[in-house]
Design a protein around this ligand. Structure first.
Ligand code: SF4
Length: 118
């Protein structure tokens, strides 16, 4: 067998092994990113919009946009890409929302006044 074929086969196994190791690591990174974007615990000491209360109730706010049954909801829209979400004050995946009286909302949330940030 020639040297070139031996190296080629070796390279194939090296790439296969690298792919086998890297794929689960990439999936873990995606899961970690999703968790960071959708925190379960609101920031301490901040006024947080509460589902089913006050303005949040009026605007049909949900903490997980994908669970919204509202007719206006469109897949892919969430607080994180809404123009009323104040990312400059982002804290643990939450930021104040102008429409919620500057109460903190989850980046994964959604409400009926959603407007895509330009
Ligand atoms: S106005 Fe935008 S940022 Fe505020 S709760 Fe509704 S969707 Fe989220």
């Amino acid at each position: 067998m020639s040297e070139a074929k031996t190296l080629s086969r070796r390279s194939f196994f090296q790439y296969t092994l690298t792919a086998a190791i890297a794929t689960p690591m990439l999936m873990s990174s995606a899961e970690l990113f999703a968790q960071a974007k959708c925190p379960a615990t609101p920031p301490a000491g901040k006024m947080v919009a509460k589902v089913g209360e006050g303005m949040a109730k009026s605007l049909h706010y949900v903490e997980d946009a994908k669970t919204s049954k509202h007719a206006k909801y469109k897949a892919g829209s969430d607080c994180a890409n809404c123009k009323f979400y104040n990312k400059a004050k982002l804290e643990g995946g939450y930021a104040p929302c102008t429409m919620m009286g500057m109460r903190y909302v989850s980046g994964c949330g959604w409400c009926a006044t959603y407007s895509l940030k330009a």
